[in-house]
Design a protein around this ligand. Sequence first.
Ligand code: COA
Ligand code: MG
Length: 290
Amino acid sequence: MHARRALLYMPGDDMRKILKAITLGVDCICMDMEDGVAINRKAEARATIAQALQSLDFGRSERLARINPVGSGLEVADLEDVLPARPDGIVIPKLEYGEQVQWVSEQIAHAEEEYDWTPGGICLLVVVETARGIINLNQIARADPRLEALIFGAEDFAGDIGATRTQEGKEVFYARSAIVTYAAAFGLQAIDMVHIDFQDHEGLRREALEGARMAFAGKQVIHPNQVAPVQEAFTPGDDAIAYALRIMRTFEENQQAGKGAFALDGKMIDAPILKAAERVIALAQAAGKL
Ligand code: COA
Ligand code: MG
């Protein structure tokens, strides 16, 4: 799976921002057709995204396009205009039912057949950001083999249930935690909420590190200034990598000596700690650090 430490959105009708995005070294670039685009600019966004996909070099950044919700009446034209330009993946917002994932997957399958592309080559990411989406995570997470990531939308979720957003975020914590849990159960990536106050660097760093500790693979971002701090927060530090490698080495030695649990620097190490160390190494590898 592609590293998705930061997933940067920009309005799909804004070529200037797309041109900026491809210079940032960001893991994922998500060109939006949904809420970032005014209702009278949807056609412009579709055309601009298709043109960007066909003409620009995105380097190592993943090329994603976010369509309007399934059932909005806009999604058919979004897919018709953007799929022929072959994005790497489609992001579906306000996702509530497994059938909605399957419907988009079928539309992609038709395009793959029509253009003779590798079947299954275009992936799906879904934004779960309503009460119904959260209670249906079990059917959503297992809906389709193209699905690679569950994304949490905190602002929409709070609006949907009628909660007031706070800095602390207790009002969205159950849903945020449900996303990582279902993602882990079905081998998907979990991608954390946007920090909309893009001038608040300290708050962003704190929230990103908290998301990383909760096992999110990355975070949605909305401004170029958020890319580097977020990608750093989701990349294990040198000390963490060295410690993880030491745990893996000493674990193996102790296993061979017949010990399942042992002490390292005054702390108990056993199977779950080894699993955590292996995860750190996998993240370091995905970030190109090992
Ligand atoms: N992607 C790429 N480039 C961006 C960007 C983004 N998301 N947000 C800002 N930029 C660019 C600006 O175009 C500007 O470039 P320039 O100096 O070459 O003109 C530069 O970064 C600085 O931008 P700044 O002036 O600080 O911000 P702004 O007032 O122009 O824009 C927002 C603020 C919030 C409107 C803008 O960041 C944005 O559009 N974010 C994404 C919104 C979105 O997609 N929402 C839907 C998903 S949640
Ligand atoms: Mg949303």
